[in-house]
Write a protein that binds this ligand. Sequence first.
Ligand code: GRF
Length: 210
Amino acid sequence: MKKTRSIILISGNGSNLDNIASKVTSGFIDMDILMVISDNPTAKGLKIAADHKIPTLIVNTAEGFHDKISKIIDDNSVDLVILAGFMKILPKTITDKYDGMILNIHPSLLPKHKGLNTHHKVIEAGDEYHGASVHYVTSELDDGPVIIQSKFKVEKFDLNLIKEQVHKIEYEIFPIALKWFVDGNISKQNDKFLFNDEVIECPIEHILDY
Ligand code: GRF
Protein backbone atom coordinates (compact mmCIF):
# COMPACT_ATOMS: atom_id res chain seq x y z
CA MET A 1 0.00 0.00 0.00
CA LYS A 2 1.23 3.52 -0.84
CA LYS A 3 2.48 5.45 2.19
CA THR A 4 0.19 8.34 3.20
CA ARG A 5 1.62 11.77 2.44
CA SER A 6 0.51 14.29 5.05
CA ILE A 7 0.92 17.95 5.91
CA ILE A 8 0.26 19.43 9.34
CA LEU A 9 -1.17 22.92 9.91
CA ILE A 10 -0.49 24.68 13.21
CA SER A 11 -0.79 28.12 14.78
CA GLY A 12 0.76 27.79 18.22
CA ASN A 13 2.60 25.56 20.65
CA GLY A 14 2.60 22.43 18.53
CA SER A 15 2.44 19.90 21.36
CA ASN A 16 0.07 17.75 19.27
CA LEU A 17 2.47 18.09 16.36
CA ASP A 18 5.30 16.90 18.62
CA ASN A 19 3.25 13.93 19.76
CA ILE A 20 2.21 12.98 16.20
CA ALA A 21 5.77 13.31 14.85
CA SER A 22 7.02 11.05 17.68
CA LYS A 23 4.36 8.46 16.86
CA VAL A 24 5.50 8.55 13.21
CA THR A 25 9.12 8.07 14.26
CA SER A 26 8.17 5.17 16.53
CA GLY A 27 6.32 3.51 13.63
CA PHE A 28 2.85 3.68 15.26
CA ILE A 29 1.59 5.89 12.40
CA ASP A 30 2.93 4.79 9.03
CA MET A 31 2.96 8.08 7.13
CA ASP A 32 5.29 10.78 5.84
CA ILE A 33 4.94 14.32 7.18
CA LEU A 34 5.99 16.39 4.18
CA MET A 35 5.65 19.82 5.73
CA VAL A 36 4.42 21.80 8.71
CA ILE A 37 2.56 24.97 7.76
CA SER A 38 1.93 27.79 10.19
CA ASP A 39 -0.11 30.95 9.77
CA ASN A 40 1.80 32.38 12.72
CA PRO A 41 5.48 33.23 12.14
CA THR A 42 6.25 33.04 15.87
CA ALA A 43 4.49 29.73 16.54
CA LYS A 44 6.56 27.58 18.93
CA GLY A 45 5.53 24.58 16.86
CA LEU A 46 7.87 25.72 14.08
CA LYS A 47 10.86 24.89 16.30
CA ILE A 48 9.29 21.52 17.15
CA ALA A 49 8.93 20.78 13.44
CA ALA A 50 12.56 21.71 12.87
CA ASP A 51 13.60 19.44 15.78
CA HIS A 52 11.82 16.59 13.99
CA LYS A 53 13.56 17.61 10.74
CA ILE A 54 10.25 18.43 9.06
CA PRO A 55 10.33 21.29 6.53
CA THR A 56 8.29 24.33 7.56
CA LEU A 57 6.40 27.04 5.73
CA ILE A 58 4.75 30.20 7.01
CA VAL A 59 1.66 31.28 5.10
CA ASN A 60 -0.25 34.52 5.13
CA THR A 61 -3.88 33.48 5.38
CA ALA A 62 -5.11 36.94 4.42
CA GLU A 63 -4.13 36.64 0.75
CA GLY A 64 -4.81 33.84 -1.71
CA PHE A 65 -4.92 31.16 0.97
CA HIS A 66 -7.03 28.80 -1.11
CA ASP A 67 -4.60 28.87 -4.03
CA LYS A 68 -1.51 28.46 -1.83
CA ILE A 69 -2.84 25.49 0.14
CA SER A 70 -4.40 23.92 -2.92
CA LYS A 71 -1.11 24.16 -4.84
CA ILE A 72 0.84 22.59 -1.96
CA ILE A 73 -1.65 19.71 -1.67
CA ASP A 74 -1.78 19.07 -5.42
CA ASP A 75 1.93 19.55 -6.22
CA ASN A 76 2.95 17.19 -3.40
CA SER A 77 0.20 14.59 -3.94
CA VAL A 78 -0.89 15.08 -0.32
CA ASP A 79 -3.44 12.50 0.93
CA LEU A 80 -4.04 13.84 4.44
CA VAL A 81 -4.23 17.35 5.90
CA ILE A 82 -3.90 17.41 9.70
CA LEU A 83 -5.10 20.43 11.68
CA ALA A 84 -3.20 20.34 14.96
CA GLY A 85 -4.10 23.56 16.71
CA PHE A 86 -4.64 25.54 13.49
CA MET A 87 -6.68 28.54 14.55
CA LYS A 88 -7.92 29.80 11.16
CA ILE A 89 -11.06 28.58 9.42
CA LEU A 90 -10.31 26.86 6.12
CA PRO A 91 -12.27 28.27 3.16
CA LYS A 92 -15.21 26.21 1.90
CA THR A 93 -13.47 25.82 -1.44
CA ILE A 94 -10.71 23.87 0.37
CA THR A 95 -12.98 21.79 2.63
CA ASP A 96 -15.15 20.86 -0.37
CA LYS A 97 -12.26 20.08 -2.73
CA TYR A 98 -10.45 17.91 -0.18
CA ASP A 99 -13.53 16.43 1.49
CA GLY A 100 -12.62 13.36 3.54
CA MET A 101 -8.92 14.27 3.60
CA ILE A 102 -8.82 16.81 6.44
CA LEU A 103 -8.83 15.85 10.14
CA ASN A 104 -8.99 18.20 13.12
CA ILE A 105 -8.57 17.82 16.88
CA HIS A 106 -11.08 19.85 18.88
CA PRO A 107 -10.88 20.41 22.65
CA SER A 108 -14.46 19.50 23.58
CA LEU A 109 -16.97 16.69 23.42
CA LEU A 110 -18.49 17.70 20.09
CA PRO A 111 -21.20 18.64 19.25
CA LYS A 112 -20.89 20.47 22.57
CA HIS A 113 -18.84 23.68 22.58
CA LYS A 114 -17.87 24.34 18.98
CA GLY A 115 -15.49 27.22 18.26
CA LEU A 116 -13.05 28.91 20.62
CA ASN A 117 -12.58 28.98 24.42
CA THR A 118 -14.05 25.55 25.03
CA HIS A 119 -12.51 25.20 28.51
CA HIS A 120 -14.10 28.48 29.62
CA LYS A 121 -17.42 27.31 28.22
CA VAL A 122 -17.18 24.06 30.21
CA ILE A 123 -16.42 25.98 33.41
CA GLU A 124 -19.24 28.47 32.79
CA ALA A 125 -21.73 25.70 32.10
CA GLY A 126 -20.52 23.64 35.09
CA ASP A 127 -20.30 20.58 32.83
CA GLU A 128 -19.92 17.20 34.47
CA TYR A 129 -17.73 15.87 31.66
CA HIS A 130 -15.18 17.38 29.29
CA GLY A 131 -12.87 15.90 26.69
CA ALA A 132 -11.64 16.06 23.11
CA SER A 133 -12.79 14.93 19.67
CA VAL A 134 -11.16 14.12 16.35
CA HIS A 135 -13.38 14.87 13.38
CA TYR A 136 -13.46 15.22 9.61
CA VAL A 137 -13.40 18.88 8.59
CA THR A 138 -16.30 20.27 6.56
CA SER A 139 -17.33 23.80 5.61
CA GLU A 140 -19.27 24.22 8.87
CA LEU A 141 -17.14 25.03 11.92
CA ASP A 142 -16.31 21.94 14.03
CA ASP A 143 -19.26 20.15 12.48
CA GLY A 144 -17.93 17.22 10.41
CA PRO A 145 -18.42 13.61 11.51
CA VAL A 146 -16.65 12.85 14.79
CA ILE A 147 -14.43 9.77 14.60
CA ILE A 148 -13.21 9.35 18.15
CA GLN A 149 -13.73 11.04 21.51
CA SER A 150 -12.59 10.56 25.06
CA LYS A 151 -13.90 12.17 28.21
CA PHE A 152 -13.08 12.74 31.86
CA LYS A 153 -15.15 13.82 34.83
CA VAL A 154 -14.50 17.44 35.72
CA GLU A 155 -13.54 17.30 39.38
CA LYS A 156 -12.06 20.79 39.65
CA PHE A 157 -13.07 23.85 37.63
CA ASP A 158 -9.47 24.94 37.25
CA LEU A 159 -8.57 26.23 33.78
CA ASN A 160 -4.94 25.10 33.75
CA LEU A 161 -5.76 21.66 35.09
CA ILE A 162 -8.57 21.19 32.58
CA LYS A 163 -6.29 22.28 29.73
CA GLU A 164 -3.70 19.72 30.82
CA GLN A 165 -6.30 16.95 31.11
CA VAL A 166 -7.65 17.71 27.64
CA HIS A 167 -4.17 17.75 26.11
CA LYS A 168 -3.44 14.36 27.66
CA ILE A 169 -6.55 12.99 25.97
CA GLU A 170 -5.62 14.61 22.67
CA TYR A 171 -2.22 12.88 22.73
CA GLU A 172 -4.07 9.54 22.95
CA ILE A 173 -6.91 9.93 20.48
CA PHE A 174 -5.35 11.95 17.64
CA PRO A 175 -2.66 9.34 16.85
CA ILE A 176 -5.30 6.58 16.94
CA ALA A 177 -7.50 8.41 14.41
CA LEU A 178 -4.50 9.13 12.19
CA LYS A 179 -3.41 5.50 12.33
CA TRP A 180 -6.93 4.41 11.32
CA PHE A 181 -6.80 6.88 8.42
CA VAL A 182 -3.40 5.80 7.08
CA ASP A 183 -4.18 2.10 7.56
CA GLY A 184 -7.33 2.59 5.45
CA ASN A 185 -9.79 1.74 8.25
CA ILE A 186 -11.82 4.95 8.12
CA SER A 187 -13.35 7.05 5.38
CA LYS A 188 -15.99 9.76 5.11
CA GLN A 189 -19.33 9.45 3.38
CA ASN A 190 -21.53 12.57 3.42
CA ASP A 191 -22.19 13.42 7.07
CA LYS A 192 -21.09 10.03 8.41
CA PHE A 193 -17.84 8.15 8.69
CA LEU A 194 -17.18 4.52 7.90
CA PHE A 195 -15.03 2.08 9.84
CA ASN A 196 -13.95 -0.89 7.73
CA ASP A 197 -16.73 0.01 5.27
CA GLU A 198 -19.48 0.10 7.91
CA VAL A 199 -21.33 3.32 8.63
CA ILE A 200 -20.72 4.41 12.21
CA GLU A 201 -23.60 6.39 13.67
CA CYS A 202 -21.83 7.97 16.65
CA PRO A 203 -18.24 8.71 17.67
CA ILE A 204 -16.09 5.85 18.86
CA GLU A 205 -15.43 6.34 22.57
CA HIS A 206 -11.88 5.82 23.73
CA ILE A 207 -11.88 4.75 27.37
CA LEU A 208 -9.00 6.09 29.41
CA ASP A 209 -7.10 3.57 31.47
CA TYR A 210 -6.08 6.01 34.19
C1 GRF B 1 -5.41 21.81 21.22
O1 GRF B 1 -6.07 21.83 22.44
C2 GRF B 1 -6.37 21.55 20.08
O2 GRF B 1 -7.46 20.79 20.44
C3 GRF B 1 -6.84 22.93 19.71
O3 GRF B 1 -5.70 23.74 19.88
C4 GRF B 1 -4.84 23.17 20.86
C5 GRF B 1 -3.48 23.08 20.24
O4 GRF B 1 -2.50 22.72 21.16
N1 GRF B 1 -7.40 22.94 18.38
P1 GRF B 1 -1.02 22.43 20.67
O5 GRF B 1 -0.59 23.62 19.80
O6 GRF B 1 -1.02 21.16 19.91
O7 GRF B 1 -0.20 22.35 21.93
